[in-house]
Design a protein around this ligand. Structure first.
Ligand SMILES: Cc1ncc(COP(=O)(O)O)c(C=O)c1O
Length: 419
């Protein structure tokens, strides 16, 4: 192959590029948000974020100083409400300026460092993410791989623990990606703790939607995001460390390479009213209101509401003639996975239902399913009727035979029976 570019051509190009680079960057012409956002807001029934209550939206529009007495009082209340939601008396509750993944990374990067033995129970996309985070801090990571739509066998777990002698075990309570509920979490924790490991639980999908008792079950770290069960905004998350986990964090000899996520630095803001970085005050205020609403409702009633709504949704979807993706024995209630019949893709369904019916539902990382969330404000009867109707109509529009009246009737029957 010959190069026909003459030296003078490339010199001219370089000069032109240098001249363009010297000009000021022109101001772009953009659309106002009103032109970008849909005229009628979509009903957010996907796998998160979820609709937020007015009190949360109002708090999210307020900015106050991130330091000082007012913020200190807010932080104090956030921590005590978070202790209720996590069901822990541990002092070591912190907020995280970042998504649920930042809370995951705070857990992993504070407890693991080069050479730490980590065992990750891997039964989906998000459990894989924790393993990857542990690899990136240099830990020696073993995964206990579990087939799609199955839960880990406790015997296999005991064997993996014996083989790999982990210092840290990670597990996801509700694997949002394939809608699997690791329902024997309590036993997983018991087996891992008996070997001396610390246990990190990702409760991003499940916290406040179903029981999780950090202290009673012996969990060392629980993490959650704001935008799911708590019905707050995305971007401010929560984490709680047990005394044993905090001791490991406090006494480690090499500092965490993630400066923002260093729990000992974050402690300064979350426990000493001091400066770490400028906290996302509006998001913390929103989280305060979201937690306050959980406390007003009480966990007991909230769990019952979630279960009633999710079961009714599952009845409605089944009566439409569609199939639920996950077997009942390990089916997550917080996000319901629906297997799609041949001939329609998640993209077809999600695109059509949002454009035609203003309801947003989710696909899932390449799986042939769509997912409907049942977290926080998504668990309201009027949202369920609209969603089942929109899903049924979408299927008809896309040429899939479903029984729409039967779906809506089954939804109503299930809700009424559990009233
Ligand atoms: C179980 C689980 N873990 C972690 C995450 C990550 O949360 P985020 O997207 O807020 O980083 C998600 C998000 O869907 C999740 O469902």
């Amino acid at each position: 192959m010959t190069d026909n570019t003459r030296p003078t051509d490339s010199l001219t190009q370089q000069r032109a590029a240098a001249a363009a680079a010297a000009l000021p960057v022109p101001c772009p012409s953009v659309d106002a948000l009103d032109h970008i956002l849909p005229e009628e807001p979509l009903l957010m029934m996907g796998a998160g974020p979820v609709p937020i209550p007015d009190a949360v939206a109002k708090a999210n529009s307020v900015v106050i100083n991130h330091l000082g007495d007012t913020m200190a009082r807010v932080i104090d209340q956030v921590k005590s409400m978070a202790r209720y939601v996590f069901q822990t008396r541990s002092n070591w509750v912190l907020g995280v300026a970042g998504p649920g993944s930042a809370a995951m990374e705070m857990a992993v990067s504070n407890l693991a460092w080069p050479g730490t033995r980590v065992l990750s129970i891997a039964n989906g996309f998000f459990s894989g993410r924790m393993a990857e985070m542990a690899r990136r801090v240099g830990a020696e990571v073993a995964t206990l791989d579990v087939a799609d739509r199955e839960i880990v066998s406790l015997d296999a777990l005991a064997q993996a623990i014996e083989r790999t002698r982990p210092e840290v075990v990670t597990v996801v309570h509700g694997e949002t990606s394939n809608t699997v509920w690791n329902r024997q979490l309590r036993d997983i924790v018991r087996i891992a703790k008996a070997s001396g490991a610390l246990v990190v639980v990702d409760a991003v999908c499940t916290l406040s939607t179903m029981p999780l008792e950090m202290d009673a079950w012996g969990i060392d770290v629980v993490i959650t995001g704001g935008q799911k069960g708590l019905s707050s905004i995305p971007g401010v998350s929560l984490i709680a460390f047990s005394d044993a986990a905090w001791e490991r964090v406090r006494t480690r000899t090499t500092p965490n390479t993630h400066w923002c996520l260093d729990a000992t630095l974050a402690e300064n803001f979350w426990h000493n009213a001091g400066y770490h970085y400028t906290a996302p005050v509006s998001g913390v205020l929103a989280l305060h209101e979201a937690l306050r609403l959980v406390c007003t409702e009480t966990l007991e009633k909230r769990f019952a509401r979630h279960q009633r709504c999710s079961f009714a949704l599952q009845s409605g979807v089944t009566a439409l003639g569609l199939e639920l993706y996950t077997p009942e024995a390990c089916r997550l209630n917080s996000v319901v996975g629906i297997a799609l019949p041949a001939g329609v893709t998640p993209r077809d369904v999600c695109g059509h239902i949002s454009q035609q019916y203003q309801v947003e539902i989710a696909g899932s990382f390449g799986l042939p399913i769509v997912r409907i969330g049942q977290m926080g404000e998504q668990c309201r009867e009027h949202h369920l009727f609209r969603t089942v109707h929109a899903l049924g109509r979408t299927m008809c529009d896309l040429g899939v035979k479903v029984d729409l009246p039967a779906g809506v009737a089954a939804l109503e029957e299930s809700l009424s029976a559990a009233r």
